[in-house]
Design a protein around this ligand. Structure first.
Ligand SMILES: [Cu+2]
Length: 197
């Protein structure tokens, strides 16, 4: 196989963890909405610029503007309370009792220890994550290579990550925090199996 040259197309394999943007994904929707809004604002500015004929007294403009300010402030306040309030319901922090299965995870330069390394499917599992030296990042990938959870592994602290696995198979761990020369080699795995034992 010849070495790649400029202008070559590089084919990414989706299973390698590279996400291909497609319609229906939130990033694409956000890009379209943002683009349409930006275009609308640009057209509005153009219309205003071409239709402006003469100066309007400042008092006329400010009177109209101030009438609008109070309801606008009320609207923004309501929106803020609603969005912040809703986000509190969706906080991804551990809640409820301690799950039956607790996995001890420890990161070190440059390895992971995971005990136990075979876990039951369909039940909540607590990962007690810590580090023996520097900060590491505990990132969990499902058998399809999708990131499903992560938490910092910090020396002197135990961080609690709770996950429920619905797919059986091999789950991969990758380090998420640059921790030294062999950081990229900090790959480990555990298995998820149907039922207990
Ligand atoms: Cu690392």
């Amino acid at each position: 196989m010849r070495p790649p040259r400029r202008g070559d197309r590089i084919a990414f394999d989706n299973r390698q963890g590279v996400v291909v943007l497609e319609f229906g994904q939130p990033q694409v929707t956000i890009a379209i909405v943002f683009g349409v809004l930006a275009l609308a604002i640009a057209v509005l500015a153009l219309v205003i610029a071409t239709h402006a004929k003469e100066d309007i007294p400042y008092e006329d403009v400010s009177r109209k503007g101030y009438r609008f300010r109070r309801p606008w402030l009320a609207f923004l306040t309501a929106l803020l309370v609603l969005t912040v309030g809703t986000s509190f319901l969706l906080l991804p922090y551990a809640s409820g009792g301690r799950p039956a299965t607790v996995v001890k995870v420890s990161g070190g330069q440059f390895y992971w220890t995971i005990d136990p390394a075979v876990l039951p499917a369909h039940e909540k599992i607590a990962f007690d994550v810590t580090s023996v030296d520097v900060n590491h990042g505990f990132g969990v990938y499902d058998p399809d290579g999708r990131l499903i959870g992560s938490v910092q592994a910090m020396p002197g602290y135990v961080n609690d990550l709770r996950l429920t696995f619905d797919k059986v198979g091999e789950y991969r761990i990758r380090c998420f925090e640059y921790c030294g020369l062999s950081h990229h080699n900090m790959i480990a795995s555990f298995r998820v199996e149907e039922g207990r034992e």
